[in-house]
Design a protein around this ligand. Structure first.
Ligand SMILES: [Zn+2]
Length: 313
């Protein structure tokens, strides 16, 4: 109850900040950090990296029924052919570690994103305090935040965890052929992934389904969005699953989980992973954190009308 009240106040503060932004009245600071869960020695919070724009055609297949496509986009508050997505990072603190699940976009993507490091600092977490970074996959909005504009690692004391399949994907000389059409238009994504991985490869450890990052925090395979996409499960209490881009959009991924997603590297596997994950989250009444669900990006899943519904809390 106390936590819900806190989230309610956070949302109110964010709204107040947004509402006042265009006036000259003093504003309350926007909320960039929200505590989500605490169990035993593990504490989980979410920190904003900002937001960015994405072509709607990346997330919604042009083959979807036009009326349903429009309804889904309207329900998500989106108009036109650009989607605005928030980018949110889960931070897990244990007695000895500060673990990031992904790192945001860094300075090379869009000016409205790449705010993770400064928001962490504002929350009292300097870059040097971060000890472990789990990279769910190699897309720019999750990986590129490991380096600053001069290609120096932002988190000097971190070691890195990525799935072996994902590492093999981006280092494959034929990687371009394993990308979806919407991403294979130029080599920026591949070169970006290779450059970022290359600067930390000596501190990189390959992980597999079930591997523990620290006690109570383990990796689960959720392939499809990319070939080696992983999620992170946090034990304790009812537990949490940090789903990253296995569930990308608060309306489309939940109400239309069987629509193939154009930006998924393996759309059929993306669908089966989504359905399996959604079922599990419903049955186990498990909290989730999603990178691109409306900030703070956490809540539960319900079954609704033969599909699912994201219930933010
Ligand atoms: Zn993403």
């Amino acid at each position: 109850m106390a936590r819900r009240q806190f989230l309610g106040e956070s949302a109110a503060a964010a709204l107040a900040a947004a509402t006042c932004a265009s006036s000259l009245r003093p504003t309350r600071a926007a909320v960039h950090t929200v505590p989500v869960h605490k169990s035993g020695s593990l504490e989980t919070l979410v920190v904003s990296d900002g937001h960015f724009l994405l072509p709607a055609g990346f997330l919604v297949t042009p083959d979807s029924p036009p009326a349903e496509r429009e309804a889904a986009l309207n329900a998500a508050g989106q108009t036109g052919e650009q989607l605005q997505l928030v980018n949110t990072v889960a931070v897990i603190r244990s007695q000895s570690d500060v673990i990031l699940v992904d790192t945001g976009t860094g300075p090379r993507h869009q000016p409205t994103a790449g705010k993770l490091a400064e928001n962490l600092k504002a929350a009292g977490i300097p870059p040097a305090a971060v000890t472990k970074i789990v990279l769910t996959h190699g897309h720019p909005d999750h990986l590129w935040g490991i380096l600053d504009a001069n290609d120096n690692p932002i988190y000097p004391n971190a070691s890195y965890f990525v799935s072996a399949v994902e590492w093999n994907l981006w280092t494959d000389p034929d990687a371009m052929r394993r990308l979806p059409a919407v991403l294979a238009t130029n080599d920026r994504i591949i070169n970006g992934a290779r450059n970022h991985f290359s600067h930390v490869k000596d501190k990189m450890r390959a992980v597999r389904d079930g591997d523990e990052i620290v006690s109570g925090v383990r990796v689960i395979d959720t392939p499809g969005h990319t070939q080696g996409h992983i999620s992170v499960e946090i034990a304790g209490g009812d537990g949490i699953v940090v789903v990253a881009d296995a569930l990308t959009h608060a309306v489309i991924s939940f109400q239309h989980p069987s629509w193939p997603v154009p930006v998924d590297h393996e759309p059929d596997r993306g669908i089966s992973t989504r359905l399996r994950l959604l079922d599990r989250l419903v049955i186990e009444k498990r909290r989730l954190i999603g990178a691109h669900l409306p900030f703070p990006g956490t809540g539960f899943v319900e079954r609704k009308d033969g599909a699912y519904r994201f219930v933010p809390t």
